[in-house]
Design a binder for this molecule. Structure first.
Ligand SMILES: [Zn+2]
Length: 221
């Protein structure tokens, strides 16, 4: 007979699932022990989050020191971006020519952290973007609220202009960035085709690119 009384069925469920051997105190002790373990686990995680340091070889001590001041998961993300610079160089990409701490890439927009382009510029470009004050600003983002920064990200304002530009300089800078972005996109798509390993397709891609660019490259100036 199925009971329509929900309280009655709750009680019968309780009777069915609790063993008389456990007793109430035993059950409570079990819960307390579990709770303690849970708390210890989460304290451990929180401790590691704040203090664990990533080990990485081949990274400039100065940069690694700064990376170590971030929460552990962020350290891993930064190391990935840093190491991606090597891949950029192997692919013949030049320093992106950033003049301020602002990049159009997805990583920078999503995490507000130094991306591969900022690292590349910092190491090989003309602008030394990652000065100690700048690192401090990035690190401080996590000081108070940890990852909540990404939940309330509209409140974040990095305010780290490297230098003040006039309107004309800004306009020129934007034009220069637009061109550098286009060349970078061409290189990206070339590598995507090249890495598929089909010589014929890569060759076809290059001649297509040549044909399309020809009119632009022959514009009378
Ligand atoms: Zn970027």
């Amino acid at each position: 007979v199925t009971s329509t009384n929900s309280l009655e069925s709750y009680h019968s469920e309780l009777k069915r699932t609790t063993s008389p051997q456990h007793g109430l105190i035993g059950a409570c002790q079990k819960i307390v022990a579990l709770d303690k373990k849970k708390r210890a686990d989460s304290e451990h995680v929180a401790y590691e989050f704040r203090t664990k340091k990533i080990s990485a070889i081949g990274i400039d001590d100065e940069i690694l020191d700064e990376i170590h001041k971030f929460p552990f998961p962020v350290q891993q993300m930064l190391i990935n971006e840093f190491c991606a610079v090597e891949g950029r160089i192997e692919k013949g990409k030049a320093a992106p020519g950033l003049t301020s701490l602002n990049c159009n890439c997805l990583f920078f927009h999503r995490y507000l952290l130094p991306c591969r382009h900022i690292f590349h510029e910092n190491m090989y470009g003309t602008m030394k973007l990652l000065i100690p004050d700048v690192w401090k600003k990035f690190q401080q983002m996590f000081d108070e609220s940890g990852f909540e920064i990404y939940i309330h990200r509209e409140l974040v304002d990095l305010e780290v202009p490297v230098f003040k530009m006039t309107e004309a300089e800004k306009a020129m800078e934007n034009r220069r960035l637009a061109v550098s972005e286009l060349t970078e996109r061409i290189r990206d798509i070339y590598w995507r085709v090249e890495e598929r390993g089909d010589k014929k397709k890569t060759g076809a891609f290059i001649s297509e690119l040549k044909n399309r660019l020809e009119p632009v490259l022959n514009i009378p100036i």
